[in-house]
Design a protein around this ligand. Structure first.
Ligand code: ADP
Ligand code: TZD
Length: 594
């Protein structure tokens, strides 16, 4: 896309303007902010916008669609934002979320902050009100100083005031979103900007096709050698793959590094499938054994944050919650300031994961000695024991269903459809799915990420379907689903192959709590009992199923995958099934006074 879409003076009809935009005309041509923005995005390979129309961006959504961009219109900006962020994760291109001013912007902002936290590249583009009025606080329609509010939550934030600066604004936003550690970027576009007329040639010349937006960052040779030497001399080495490794799309080299070194690995939730979960070297089923036992741990695109107990405490064999376990750490990461954030990193390797892993592969030569046999055997023993125990649990068929008997079905369906995208949120619904449902291919599992945020479900599902064209299976807690449930209309409207499975236990974590006073209000943790979520899907023309047995769940999921129709399966789980906060119960502050 080279050409700047041409528009003529306002006096001409829309039809004439459309004709003009279709091909060259002889009249003097002008373009405007609307078209410059669309052209700037298209020139940079952006093909989809996730958003919600209204003043001042309604016409932008219309014109973007007319110009061939895919515009996915949501029911709430937060879901559009989550969709954009995960599209960024899947494609390495910034996902675009488009919102109106103040409240629309704020609705999108949670997703932007979540994107920054998770290192997903995303650009939130919001229309904003009249600068002069906002700055004098004179009470404009949807008045808000959006740039100032976005700044602390975004990796970068920019405002464009003149149409001929749109090209620069978009270029800066793209570079900020995808270079180095990816993140969320805010782009503020005041309403006045869109109709500003610019001479077409000047406009065309102002656009930038960003060259090499995420340049490779080559690690120093010394850092690679230091890391490889540490690994080679380890007695009990372990690799931890994080979602940064999945994002990097260096799948073949990462697999080769694991296999060539013969080092067992643990995938973080969104790195599952980078190597198939059934791989011999996966230590996932022996997690609580390998973390404290390992002597050298190499993190590839994973931070030592709360998800890894900050690299210390009991999980790592430390004597007390703050005590270090004594492991030596290698950290492969694009951010030079990530190392030493929680414990000492003995061998930081700073660079992009593709370059780092390929340099390490080269350094692992034919003289490489695989890890000691006793380490591998000890892991295999733990693994086999745990897998056998889990198989026993999964084979049970209790009435009502529990998480295990329902997820045994999901596990089979994913195994039979390894290209399907799996979206997952909830507490128990998250933890059990992560450990029970094996993934076979990279970047197929999308979940609550670094914040453990509820509400990503439908936004992620919509983006996953739009970006990949594959079947999406969304495994949702009933509470989790509620955060974005209205988007089932969006799923039906775009006829997306999304199969939602709600593991419905009537509440947050579980459904059997009562009001301790005996009063009429229900407990804050429970919902309407036996809620018929499937009817929500039926309301918009999709398929709704009420499933009370694994057999019914299986039939419904198979049919959903076969038909690719929007489907919501309300899978009824024992309301006593579930632990408060799932696996992270210990993070709940509890009152000392009973
Ligand atoms: P997880 O939650 O799976 O443990 P995190 O989100 O904590 O993963 O960590 C991801 C890490 O990956 C971040 O520290 C980020 O800087 C890093 N990262 C992201 N993309 C790349 C890349 N292309 N190359 C190197 N590091 C990357
Ligand atoms: N709000 C937001 C935005 N994110 C959160 N993580 C929470 C609230 C707190 N929260 C959790 O951490 S999990 C969860 C909430 C409300 C829902 C758990 O219930 P569920 O899943 O029905 O989704 P299970 O399977 O019943 O545990």
């Amino acid at each position: 896309m080279e050409s700047v879409t041409a528009t003529r003076k306002e006096t001409q009809s829309q039809a004439a303007a459309d004709k003009a935009s279709a091909g060259p005309t002889t009249v003097q041509q002008e373009t405007d902010g609307f078209h410059l923005l669309i052209d700037a995005l298209k020139q940079n390979g952006i093909d989809t916008i996730f958003g919600l129309p209204g003043i001042p961006i309604t016409d932008l959504t219309r014109k973007a669609q007319a110009a061939g961009l895919r515009v996915i219109s949501f029911r709430h900006e937060q879901n559009a934002g989550y969709a954009a962020s995960i599209a960024g994760f899947m494609t390495q291109k910034p996902g675009i979320c488009l919102t109106v001013s103040a409240p629309g912007f704020l609705n999108g902002l949670t997703a932007l902050a979540n994107a920054t936290t998770n290192c997903f590249p995303m650009i939130l583009i919001s229309g904003s009100s009249e600068r002069e009025i906002v700055d004098l606080q004179q009470g404009d329609y949807e008045e808000m100083d959006q740039l100032a509010i976005a700044k602390p939550l975004a990796k970068a934030a920019f405002r464009v005031l003149h149409a001929e600066d749109i090209g620069i604004g978009v270029a800066r936003a793209i570079r900020a979103a995808v270079s180095g550690r990816p993140g969320g970027v805010y782009l503020d576009l005041p309403a006045k900007l869109f109709p500003q007329a610019v001479d077409a040639a000047t406009g065309r010349n102002s656009l930038i096709r960003v060259v090499d937006p995420a340049p490779r960052q080559i690690p120093s040779e010394q850092s690679v050698m230091r890391a490889v030497e540490l690994l080679q001399n380890a007695k009990r080495p372990l690799i931890i793959l994080g979602k940064g490794a999945a994002y990097a799309q260096a799948d073949a080299d990462i697999r080769a590094l694991v296999e060539k070194t013969g080092i067992p690995y643990l995938p973080m939730a969104m790195a599952k499938g980078l190597l198939p979960d059934t791989h011999d070297l996966s230590a996932a089923a022996a997690r609580s054994y390998v973390l404290p036992e390992a002597d050298v741990v190499m993190l590839i695109g994973a931070r030592l944050n709360w998800l890894l107990s900050h690299g210390k405490g009991k999980t790592w064999g430390g004597a007390s919650p703050k005590a270090w376990g004594g492991q030596k750490f290698i950290q492969v990461d694009i951010s030079p300031t990530e190392a030493d954030s929680n414990v000492r990193i003995d061998a930081p390797v700073v660079g992009d994961i593709g370059s780092c892993v390929s340099a390490m592969l080269k350094a692992v030569d034919s003289k490489w000695r695989k890890p000691p046999e006793d380490w591998l055997t000890a892991i295999a023993e733990r693994k086999n024991k745990n897998v056998a125990k889990m198989a026993e649990t999964l084979a049970k068929n209790p009435t009502p269903m529990n998480f295990h008997s329902a997820l045994a079905v999901v596990r089979d369906i994913v195994k039979a459809n390894p290209d399907a995208m799996l979206v997952n949120e909830g507490a128990n619904a998250l933890d059990f799915t992560r450990s029970i449902v094996d993934m076979y291919k990279p970047r197929k599992r999308l979940d609550v990420g670094t914040w453990g945020v509820m509400g990503i479900g439908m936004g992620f599902s919509i983006a996953a379907a739009v970006v990949s064209g594959q079947q999406v299976i969304a495994v949702e807690g009933d509470s989790a689903f509620g955060f974005s449930g209205m988007e089932v209309e969006t799923i039906c409207r775009y006829n997306l192959p999304v199969c939602i499975v709600i593991l419905n236990n009537n509440g947050v974590y579980r459904g059997d709590e009562v009001n301790p006073t005996g009063g009429a209000d229900p407990s804050p943790l429970v919902f309407v009992k036996d809620a018929r979520y499937e009817k929500l899907m039926e309301a918009f023309g999709g398929v709704g199923v009420h499933a009370t047995t694994p057999a019914a769940l299986r039939t419904a999921m198979e049919e959903a995958v076969r038909s690719r129709r929007p489907t919501l399966i309300n899978a009824i789980i024992d309301e006593r099934a579930g632990t408060e906060s799932g696996r992270i119960t210990s993070l709940n502050p509890t009152a000392k006074k009973k």
